[in-house]
Design a binder for this molecule. Structure first.
Ligand SMILES: [Zn+2]
Length: 126
């Protein structure tokens, strides 16, 4: 995998929720939590650097806002369903998609953060 780009490996590690360095150890403490393990169980990488803040939620909101609003507008103009049908369709779908996207997005941002830390010169303390 020497020819793989840093962004490509970050996306792959993020999609699978794996360690940003070895891409094998699990990043999260459990299957339904967003809490990050203190160390990678495979390579021992300390995840103390990992602080994605509100970034994952912001990206998920933007992506889902675009997709769900676009889909809702298409359905409205093509089928003109009643308002309750929109509510019954889009509210659960948005919740499920947000739940499904949040962990991969957080893992991807942590992997990109790891790549940025890795690329920073060692004497740069700021
Ligand atoms: Zn690891």
């Amino acid at each position: 995998m020497a020819d793989e780009t840093a962004a490509g490996s970050a996306l792959r590690a993020g999609r699978r929720g794996r360690c940003p360095r070895c891409a094998e150890g699990r990043l999260f403490r459990g299957p339904l939590t967003l809490a990050v393990r203190e160390r990678c169980e495979t390579c021992g990488l300390s995840n103390a650097f990992a602080d994605s803040g509100d970034g994952p939620a912001v990206f998920v909101i933007m992506i889902l806002g675009l997709l769900v609003l676009g889909a809702a507008l298409i359905v409205e103009f093509k089928l003109s369903p009643p308002l309750w049908a929109h509510l019954m369709l889009w509210a659960p779908l948005t919740g499920l998609l947000a739940f499904g996207l949040l962990r991969p997005m957080k893992a991807t941002l942590i992997a990109l953060q790891y790549r940025a830390e890795e690329a920073r010169p060692a004497d740069d303390e700021s």
